[in-house]
Ligand binder design. Sequence first.
Ligand SMILES: *Cc1c(COP(=O)(O)O)cnc(C)c1O
Length: 459
Amino acid sequence: MTVNAPTKDQLKQWDEEDPLNWTRAEFEIPDARKCGGKVDGETVYFCGNSLGLLNKRARQHMMEELDVWSTSAVTGHFKHPHGRPWKTLADPMLPVIAKLLGAKESECAHSSTLTTNMHTLLTTWYAPTPKRWKIVIERGAFPSDWYAAQSHPGLHRNVLSDEQIENAILAVEPREGEELLRTVDILKVIEDNKDEIALVWLPMVQYYTGQVLDIAPMVKKTHEAGALFGLDMAHGIGNIKMHLDDWGVDFAVWCTYKYLNSGPGGTGGFFIREGLSDNGRRLAGWWGVNPKTRFDMTEEFDPTPGAQGYMQSNTGVLGSIPLLATLELIDKVNFDNLRAKGDRLTGALDALLKQSKYYIPADKLPKEEDDTKIGFHIITPELPNRGSQLSLFIHPAKKGIMPRVFEKMVDRGLVGDERFPYVIRLAPMALYNTFQDVGRAAEIVEEALAEVEAEGLGK
Ligand SMILES: *Cc1c(COP(=O)(O)O)cnc(C)c1O
């Protein structure tokens, strides 16, 4: 599908007519020089998929929490001048989160961080037997997921042999010469190993390529095999709409500092499908106790029904409060509108980039030995298999020029992110990026490549 690239005037007009154009003013846009650039003014910030921006209301909430801590200290847990008692801080967040996930509120918990939550869930639901012990995961997984998945079989030396532990990971990957995962290939791996698989662990959105996976058929296949399906939604939540209940996902984790702007290291969360039995393997903590009896401090563990019964520690207020402002904003504008704008922004970026003289179409990709000319191709798939991210693969790959191109972008105030060895990710955020940001970003990509070309590609 070719979309006509918009002109500068069109981009300006789209911003003026955009019913969501007011949300940008809710955010603090970083300064280009402070981000390492050589120009004055605001950045074109296309890195909200790595760390979302500070919401002005989040700053206000944060100052208020510091004041409550200062003036009211421990009593802030129960009585709060702004109506946000710390012991129930997550309560107003969960309905919005549940809606984003297509889940019930009782299936969601706001707690801890992504990797730690993944370990908690795997400790409970990865219970291998000598007959069923394998974990399906993608080879290009975000390293934390890969390390976490790799580490679990070794915790079961009482049931698994050394050889089984060694061979527990079944890595799915794109076909030779391809960049994206194919649903049929994943289904085949599950089918071919159906008696030995205990768990399938996949991402909602692949972080490097921006590919949105087709989850429903994979869950179905996993369940037919008699295994459980876990989902990493780090790049899904707040980006694309999910339907965890309809898809039948067993459990899932997310972080909130990417598309949901909770601040560096902000509190994440997890989902557990209603009715999923833990077979008595729960990692318990006092925050999993029913709120009605939690502060009775008895020996008896009386869990909250659903996912919240698996929480362990009390809510980190300072790491959680910034999330509230973005969730309130999303609730106000309606996520479907946000997603539609995200698609328009990403579509405009895609169309503009494809107009570049440095753009290499998929059917013209050089063979490795012929890869000598500077340029880029886009590895992210078309709609519906993408959200708000485009991954640019920089050529010539063997010259390793991606970091040089990236630096020239930062010089000009475009903050994306570099993913070694070859990729630059650009993620326009519907909450705070504009169509004119998209126009400027496409110009900067062109200028950066031209500058590196003029300097020479090196040996
Ligand atoms: C961002 C991200 C993480 C980060 O994990 P933390 O525990 O929050 O540090 C893990 N997995 C994926 C897929 C991610 O995108």
